[in-house]
Design a protein around this ligand. Structure first.
Ligand code: GP9
Ligand code: MN
Length: 637
């Protein structure tokens, strides 16, 4: 044994260019550790194995990092390189553990989350595999060999810092950094907004490399940290006053507490737009089950999609908090460390059991962090369902609905179950979905719109089965059921096809805006069931206050209104500052106002005052998020 070790050390001593080789070994080991992360993220069905540009980006950014260590004094260089390599190993291993546990990568944004550490600590033992030691073994081996070598020769293999060395290191840095920057730039051009929103971190990692992903993530966190200003007490008071004034005259109405003590089931339907309700193709309804359900419910056809770049996550966020989506980036990824008031917290306080169910990876959209922050006590995600059928992004709606009802049956009542469907997701061309959808589309082009309609029929079939089971289990009697579409899905390019199918014009901006509606369906418990079509202009923002009122409570921390006491002159505000007031669409930045009914331009000056109020309201919502104010504000008694 002694002889063997001597052999090895002798060999090492005899090697030329020892420093370069030292760098090379450390570099290659680190590269493979991050490659293992890229490989793990590629095992998701949506991604392929890391492509050459991903590898080049990883290769470049790592080269840039190690070239910086080369600029330090030769006495500390060895320690520094090993420390950097160790930190990289920790980062790569943290990613691996996160992927195993959440199906998502680590983000510096969630560093402030206290749950993070404890959750990881608890699960680390369960998730540990003996091969994981490889993530750190190289560093200890290198260190050991180096110490042995030093004890024999006393020679420092790290050469002195010379001008030539500085020049060469900087050159290598520039080369490596350019490879990284080029890939980050091209990926961001290809998928605009992806790096800021980070809706799918594994996909980002798969496209630009693991370390590059962390660089961009770190940059995002720093940007937010440094652009954050200061908020004065006066400003906080101003926001509190807005809430108090709004609610001063709030009175109970005939719907207050009508569903008291009942369960709450909210179903957020992927890509469901309002125009499909009652739509017929070749004489057959696209969504017969949903249409039947609408006839038994309070139906709000003038509900507008208020989401921003956060899509599904924005819809969830607006509905559960009553706040607007983040001004830039995505609330779910930027503000998971905030403290919230929310519908889940309110209902938990009233004795409800609150859970969310969704058939995707739990880390998608940072839900695994945001749900606890929003007050969901339980999140049943892909890893908790039996994935017997995967369509598109995750568990099929068929399986999701049939397993969800079984899970709901076991839950303590009253509960608030928040269900998010998935299969009818853009681009709606998943082969299993198209095969299983029985919508007859003869005569329609083979296009995105046709696939969308087939997707809606697919959802409707399984929604129908779900409703039958809800009835059988008595849930339609002992629950308040709310259904809405998360956001719109049909791009403007489909205008002429839509015009044909709907037999109406959609060309003008205001017509298109009006087309961006989603259905909002509120079904009261069977025995008090009231059906009606209500033409109030509304959006996702009003859901929390409305639902709370129906259950007999009052949700005051949201910026929306209870739909049963909403006044006519309340603007429905969109993230970009435009709004709808009654039947006018107002675009303050262009000083433009248009009638939705007649398509005619209206006098903007009539809306100047209200435009100012709209701007204020959005800025209050932004400040609440930015400065984590929800728990610090005062609300009316
Ligand atoms: C992902 C699903 C879809 O889990 O909710 O999200 P989207 O891409 O629509 O935002
Ligand atoms: Mn969605």
């Amino acid at each position: 044994m002694k002889y063997k070790l001597k052999d090895i050390t002798d060999k090492i001593i005899s090697v030329k260019n020892k420093e370069l080789k030292f760098f090379f070994i450390v570099y290659i080991c680190t590269f493979f550790k991050f490659l293992s992360v890229e490989y793990v993220t590629s095992s998701g069905f949506l991604y392929s194995y890391p492509a050459i540009y991903t590898l080049l980006s990883s290769f470049g950014i790592l080269m840039a990092f190690y070239s910086i260590t080369s600029l330090f004094h030769n006495k500390i260089r060895c320690s520094l390189i090993l420390i950097v390599a160790f930190l990289f190993s920790v980062l790569a291993y943290t990613d691996i553990m996160h992927m195993r546990f959440y199906g998502d990568l680590f983000t510096f944004r969630n560093l402030g989350l206290t749950t993070q550490v404890s959750e990881i600590k608890e699960s680390v033992i369960a998730l540990f595999r003996i091969t994981d030691l490889l993530y750190f073994a190289d560093i200890f081996a290198i260190l050991l060999l180096y110490v042995l070598y030093k004890s024999k020769t006393k020679e420092n293999i790290f050469s002195k810092l010379t001008v030539k060395r500085i020049f060469l290191s900087l050159l290598i840095f520039l080369f490596g950094f350019s490879l990284y920057a080029l890939r980050v730039y091209t990926y961001n051009q290809k998928v605009p907004g992806v790096l800021k929103s980070m809706w799918d971190k594994p996909a980002v990692c798969n496209n630009i490399g693991a370390l590059s992903y962390h660089m961009v993530d770190f940059q995002n966190v720093l940007r937010d940290l440094f652009t954050k200003g200061h908020i004065s007490k006066v400003e906080i008071e101003e926001i509190s006053n807005w809430y108090i004034e709004r609610d001063t005259n709030r009175q109970p109405n005939k719907f207050t507490g009508i569903a008291k003590g009942k369960n709450l089931i909210i179903i957020q339907v992927e890509s469901l737009q309002e125009f499909v309700i009652d739509l017929k193709i070749n004489g057959k309804e696209v969504t017969p089950n949903l249409n039947k359900f609408v006839k038994k419910s309070l139906y709000f056809p003038r509900t507008y999609n208020q989401t921003s770049v956060g899509n599904s996550s924005d819809a969830e966020f607006i509905v559960n908090t009553g706040l607007y989506p983040a001004e830039s980036g995505v609330a779910y990824t930027r503000f998971a460390t905030n403290e919230y008031h929310s519908l889940p917290f309110l209902l938990t306080e009233k004795g409800y059991n609150v859970l969310a169910l969704h058939g995707d990876r739990e880390g998608f959209w940072n839900r695994h962090k945001m749900y606890p922050a929003l007050g969901f006590n339980k999140f049943i995600s892909k890893k908790d369902f039996i994935v017997d059928e995967n369509i598109g992004m995750g568990l099929s709606d068929r399986s999701f609905f049939s397993q969800s009802i079984e899970k709901m049956k076991k839950e303590k009542e009253p509960f608030y179950a928040f269900l998010i469907t998935l299969t009818s997701h853009y681009p709606f061309d998943f082969p299993e979905l198209l095969q299983q959808s029985d919508l007859d589309v003869t005569g329609l082009d083979d296009c995105l719109l046709t696939n969308y309609l087939k997707g809606m029929r697919y959802f409707d079939n399984h929604f129908g089965d779900f409703v039958k089971k809800l009835e059988e289990e008595g849930f339609t009697e002992n629950s308040l059921i709310v259904i809405y579409g998360d956001h719109t899905a049909i791009p403007k390019g489909e205008t002429s096809r839509l015009e044909k199918i709907l037999n109406k014009e959609l060309r003008e901006d205001v017509q298109w805006k009006d087309f961006q509606r989603i259905p909002l369906i509120i079904k009261l418990p069977d025995s008090i069931s009231k059906s009606n079509v209500l033409n109030t202009t509304t959006g996702q923002i009003d859901v929390s206050a409305t639902v709370a009122n129906l259950l007999g409570y009052s949700y005051k921390a949201g910026m929306g209104n209870d739909l049963f006491s909403k006044e006519k002159n309340v603007p429905l505000i969109f993230r970009n500052g435009t709004y709808i007031l009654d039947c006018s669409y107002i675009e303050p930045s262009q000083m433009k106002s248009t009638s939705i009914n007649s398509n005619k331009e209206l006098k903007y000056t009539n809306f100047k005052k209200i435009s100012y109020k709209v701007k204020k309201e959005l800025s209050y919502s932004d400040k609440i998020l930015e400065y984590n104010l929800m728990k610090k504000l005062k609300y009316s008694k």
